[in-house]
Ligand binder design. Structure first.
Ligand SMILES: [Zn+2]
Length: 355
């Protein structure tokens, strides 16, 4: 959902964006690459960090783009023109989502280098690329059905979408190096600290560098985005999860970072105003939670019934599945903290009302 308080943030580069296949210098040894995506969210930011690994000079890539010919062609252009003649030495993935991990296999094979990411996301990616875990199919349709999504056409499409993840991530590397909360990674002589975040992906890793020449840098991944709120969804594989509480608790950890940190987000533009953005995201979710409570107080309500309350616009199928996941996340948060109770109706649908 768009950020109504976006003007409180500052974009140091203004409207400047790297064109496909280009890389824009952001700070010494830090370059910004932008790749297209075939969604309403039409781009992802990827980062190049000048590095030295095992005695060799080169680059670390942070996040990969989806597996498509277009993305591969743009990477080749970057390799030819923007690596200063040096190789890629490692690939870091912030989390397992297709736009971040899709080309990890191709990149690591292309350069004979290692993938670094969290173990939880690595293992889920390996599973998801060879099956349909939580990415559509019959169990996702049944799950959304139990939360009131009854439109047969939508449910048929969700059932048919079982290959959603493997299509964009056909192969995941068979080996990796593990990143955890607190892991310090030396990149090009500077220390980057891993910050694990929850609620968007199982174990999302952001990278913070406090000793950059110039402003502190945070590669925030999808945990802190300037314009849209991070997707926080319940999926069928863990129906009683409380990702919203996990996400809000994770956000609090970024408040400890310096106020002048330059945030490098996966979507949108690099910005300063990290603390303001956290405040905005908290306010956003507080408002959504209050709307859910109000709706449930008026009458017992299921998640599908909240879509028009929470998302005041027409949604396509892709957006509907995200919106359902988000609505259930808000309901589960209120239910699990004891503000709402849920009841399973004779129609097999969960409805929520004040506890
Ligand atoms: Zn993501």
């Amino acid at each position: 959902m768009a950020n109504a308080r976006e003007s409180e943030l500052h974009y140091p580069l203004g409207e400047t964006l790297p064109q496909p296949g280009e890389a824009l210098d952001l700070a010494p040894g830090v370059r910004w690459v932008r790749m297209g995506l075939p969604f309403a969210l039409d781009h992802i930011n990827l980062w190049l960090l000048r590095d030295r690994v095992d005695g060799r000079d080169g680059w670390t890539i942070v996040d990969c783009g989806i597996a498509s010919d277009d993305t591969r062609a743009n990477w080749e252009k970057v390799f030819a023109e923007r690596l200063d003649g040096l190789p890629v030495l490692r690939v870091i993935a912030t989390h397992f989502h297709p736009d971040h991990l899709g080309l990890a296999h191709w990149l690591t094979e292309r350069w004979g280098c290692r993938l670094w990411m969290s173990a939880t996301d690595f293992n889920l990616a390996r599973l998801a690329s060879s099956s349909t875990v939580g990415m559509g199919g019959a169990s996702a349709a049944a799950f959304f059905g139990s939360h009131g999504l009854t439109d047969p056409e939508s449910l048929d499409k969700i059932r048919a979408r079982a290959d959603y993840y493997p299509k964009m991530v056909p192969v995941v590397p068979s080996s990796f190096r593990r990143l955890m909360d607190g892991t310090e990674v030396e990149i090009g002589g500077r220390v980057w600290q891993c910050i694990a975040g929850y609620g968007h992906a199982p174990e999302h890793i952001s990278l913070f560098c406090g000793d950059a020449q110039g402003a502190p840098l945070l590669i925030s991944g999808d945990m802190v985005l300037p314009r849209i709120s991070t997707n926080v969804s319940v999926v069928d594989v863990e129906p009683e999860a409380d990702p919203l509480t996990l996400y809000l608790n994770s956000l609090a950890r970024y408040l400890a970072l310096p106020a002048d940190t330059l945030v490098l987000p996966s979507h949108g533009k690099p910005f300063t105003g990290l603390h303001q953005r956290i405040d905005q995201l908290r306010e956003h979710h507080d408002e959504r939670l209050a709307e859910v409570v109000t709706a449930c107080a008026a009458a017992p309500t299921h998640a599908a019934g909240l879509l028009s309350v929470l998302f005041k616009r027409k949604l396509d199928l892709h957006q509907t599945t995200f919106a359902m996941g988000e609505a259930i996340a808000h309901l589960n948060a209120l239910w699990l903290q004891g503000d709402l109770r849920r009841e399973l109706g004779a129609d097999g649908v969960y409805r929520f009302s004040p506890a």
